[in-house]
Ligand binder design. Structure first.
Ligand code: BES
Ligand code: MN
Ligand code: ZN
Length: 510
C-alpha cells in the first residue's frame, strides 16, 4: 500500500472510497460534518442520518458523478475530539478491514482528530505509519495465499486534524519518512513471525546482512570460531545444547560526524527458547519463537536510520542462539566465565537472555559509546508487572531513561521505569561465583536487569528495555494483529532524533 498526500482543492484521479470520520456530541446527538468537507458534504449529511456518529457506526453511500470517489464511507468515532493513539490504531484496523472486505483498492481518507500526547508532526507520522501497518499480514505459510483484493493507494487529505496547518511539501516529507519506518517495521514483524525452524541464528544473520548491506550499512557476522576467539563464554554456554551454531551480528551505520561516539543498540536474539534443561511447560512454548524480537528491533532501527538518513552514528549488536536441552546443554550449577572475566553460576538455564547479553554489552565497550540501549524479551515477570500496555525500562541514568520514556509516550510505544538500585544486587549473590543468573521470582524483571548491569562497560550510559510485555501479542490487541508488533523501532528512532535536535540546539549545526 502507498499513501499519497492529497490537496482536496486540487483535482486528482477518482478513487473507490472516500473515508470520513464522524463524531457525536456527548448527549448522543450527531454533529454536523465539518464544512471543510464541502466536496462530499451533502451525501455525508444524508449518510449520517440513520447511524449518527456513534462509535463503531458505519454507513456507506454512493457519491454522485463528478465526485472525487465512487462511495462515501462514514465511520463513527464516538464523542472524543482527541483520540488516544491506541484508539486511532484500532479505528484504522477497522477501516482497513472494511475497505478490503468490500473490495476497495483505492481510497481518499480524511482524518479530523488530534492525538493524545503527540504534537502535530508526531501525530502525522504516527497516523501514517500506523495506517500503513494496519495492512500488515503474514500469510506466507498459507497455501491458499491471499486472494482478496488489497487496498493499494490511499490519498490522504490535507486540511484537517493534524494536517490543518502543514504545507504539502512538509507533509510529503513526513509521509516518506513514515513509509520507510512502516516498511522496516513490517520486516521486523516478518522476522518475528517466522517460525524457528526457518529462522535459526544463521538465517537471522543472513537476513540482517542482506538488508544491512542493501542500505550501505557495514555488517560483520561472527561465526562460532570468532565467538570462541572473543571468549564469549555466555553465548557459547547457552548455545551448547543446540545443534545450530551461534552467530553474533555487528552492524555499523555512520550517518553522524566522523569520530562522534556512536549509540550502541544491543538485542537479545534467542531464535527459540525452550528453557533448556530447566525446560518450560509445553503450553504456549511455541511463543518462544518471538524470543529474538530484541535482536530484530535493533536491526530494524539501524535499517530505518539508514533509510531516513538519520545524522547519527549507530551500532547494532545481536548475539544469536537457540536455547535447547540436550546431552551437551549447559546445566543448573554450571559456572560460566564471560568475555569480561566475570563468572556466574547458572541457577536456571531458562534465564538465558541475560547470559548471552552479558557478552554483547561488554563487547559494546570497544566503541566508547555515548549510550548503550539493550532490548530483550527478558522476563515473564515484566508481563506480570505491567500487563500488555508497556515495556519496562531500567537505567541508572535519569536523563537517559527520561528521554526514552518521553519518546515512547510520543510514539505510543510506552515504557515504565523500574529501579536498578544496588540493594537488589543481593538477590543474585552466589556462594560459588561472582553472581548467579537467576534471583528467584520476587522482582524477577529487576533481577535480570541487575545481572546485565554487571556487564555494562565502565562509565557508559546504559538502559535496558525488557520488551517481553509488548514485543508480541498472542491475539489481536489494541489495534495490533496477532504476533510481532515491532515495538521499540519507532520509539528508538524518535529518541535518536530528539537527541540529535538537542545536540544541534547546543552545538549548532556543524
Ligand atoms: N524469554 C523468556 C521470557 C519471556 C517469558 C518472554 C514469557 C515472553 C513471555 C526468558 O528467557 C525466560 O525464560 N525468563 C525466565 C527467567 C527466570 C528463569 C529467572 C522467566 O521469565 O521465567
Ligand atoms: Mn528463557
Ligand atoms: Zn528467553
Amino acid at each position: 500500500m502507498k499513501v499519497v498526500i492529497r490537496d482536496p482543492s486540487r483535482s486528482a484521479p477518482r478513487c473507490g472510497a472516500y473515508v470520513v470520520f464522524a463524531t457525536q456530541a456527548k448527549d448522543g446527538a450527531r454533529k454536523p460534518v465539518p464544512a471543510a468537507l464541502e466536496e462530499v458534504k451533502n451525501v455525508a449529511e444524508g449518510a449520517l442520518a440513520p447511524t449518527g456518529g456513534g462509535e463503531g457506526a458505519l454507513s456507506v453511500a454512493p457519491l454522485p458523478a463528478g465526485s472525487p470517489a465512487e462511495r462515501l464511507y462514514v465511520f463513527g468515532a464516538g464523542s472524543a475530539e482527541i483520540l488516544s493513539p491506541r484508539k486511532a490504531r484500532t479505528l484504522f484496523r477497522t477501516v482497513l478491514k472494511t475497505l478490503e472486505k468490500n473490495g476497495e483498492t483505492s481510497a481518499i481518507l480524511d482524518f479530523p482528530f488530534g492525538l493524545e500526547r503527540m504534537d502535530g508532526v508526531e501525530s502525522r507520522e504516527f497516523l501514517l505509519r500506523t495506517f500503513l501497518l494496519s495492512a500488515y499480514r503474514f500469510d506466507r505459510y498459507k497455501s491458499e495465499g491471499n486472494t482478496a483484493p488489497e487496498l493499494t493507494t490511499v490519498r490522504w487529505n490535507l486540511g484537517r486534524g493534524p494536517w490543518a496547518d502543514v504545507s504539502r511539501q512538509e507533509a510529503e516529507r513526513e509521509a516518506r519518512e513514515a513509509a520507510a519506518v512502516a516498511a522496516v517495521s513490517a520486516l521486523v514483524r516478518d522476522a518475528g513471525n517466522t517460525p524457528s525452524n526457518d529462522l535459526v541464528p544463521r538465517h537471522f544473520a543472513a537476513w540482517a546482512a542482506r538488508e544491512g548491506k542493501a542500505r550501505g550499512i557495514a555488517v560483520r557476522v561472527l561465526g562460532k570460531k570468532e565467538i570462541v576467539k572473543e571468549r564469549m563464554g555466555g553465548l557459547l554456554a547457552v548455545n551448547r545444547g543446540a545443534a545450530e551454531e551461534p552467530r553474533f551480528v555487528v552492524m555499523e551505520y555512520r550517518g553522524g560526524r566522523r569520530g562522534e561516539a556512536p549509540v550502541v543498540l544491543v538485542g537479545k536474539g534467542v531464535t527459540f527458547d525452550s528453557g533448556g534443561i530447566s525446560i518450560k511447560p509445553s503450553e504456549k512454548m511455541g511463543e518462544m519463537k518471538w524470543d529474538m524480537m530484541g535482536a530484530a528491533t535493533v536491526v530494524g532501527v539501524i535499517l530505518a536510520a539508514a533509510d531516513t538518513r538519520l545524522a547519527v552514528n549507530l551500532v547494532a549488536l545481536a548475539p544469536l542462539t537457540e536455547n535447547l536441552p540436550s546431552g551437551s546443554a549447559y546445566k543448573p550449577g554450571d559456572i560460566v566465565r564471560f568475555r569480561n572475566g566475570k563468572t556466574a553460576e547458572i541457577d536456571n538455564t531458562d534465564a538465558e537472555g541475560r547470559v548471552i547479553l552479558a557478552d554483547a554489552l561488554d563487547y559494546a565497550g570497544q566503541w566508547k559509546p555515548s549510550a548503550i540501549v539493550d532490548y530483550a524479551t527478558l522476563t515473564g515477570a515484566a508481563v506480570v508487572a505491567l500487563g500488555l500496555e508497556a515495556a519496562v525500562v531500567f537505567s541508572p541514568d535519569d536523563s537517559l531513561s527520561t528521554g526514552l520514556i518521553s519518546a515512547g509516550e510520543r510514539t505510543d510505544e510506552r515504557i515504565w521505569r523500574l529501579p536498578v538500585w544496588e540493594e537488589y544486587r543481593e538477590s543474585i549473590r552466589s556462594d560459588w561465583a561472582d553472581m548467579k543468573n537467576s534471583g528467584g521470582r520476587w522482582g524477577g524483571s529487576i533481577n535480570g536487569a541487575m545481572f546485565l548491569k554487571e556487564f555494562v562497560p565502565a562509565g557508559a550510559a546504559w538502559a535496558h528495555l525488557d520488551i517481553a510485555p509488548t514485543a508480541n501479542y498472542d491475539g489481536e490487541h489494541g489495534g495490533y494483529p496477532t504476533g510481532a508488533t515491532s515495538f521499540g523501532v519507532a520509539l528508538t528512532l524518535r529518541w535518536l532524533r530528539d537527541r540529535l535536535a538537542l545536540k544541534r540546539a547546543v552545538d549548532g549545526p556543524h
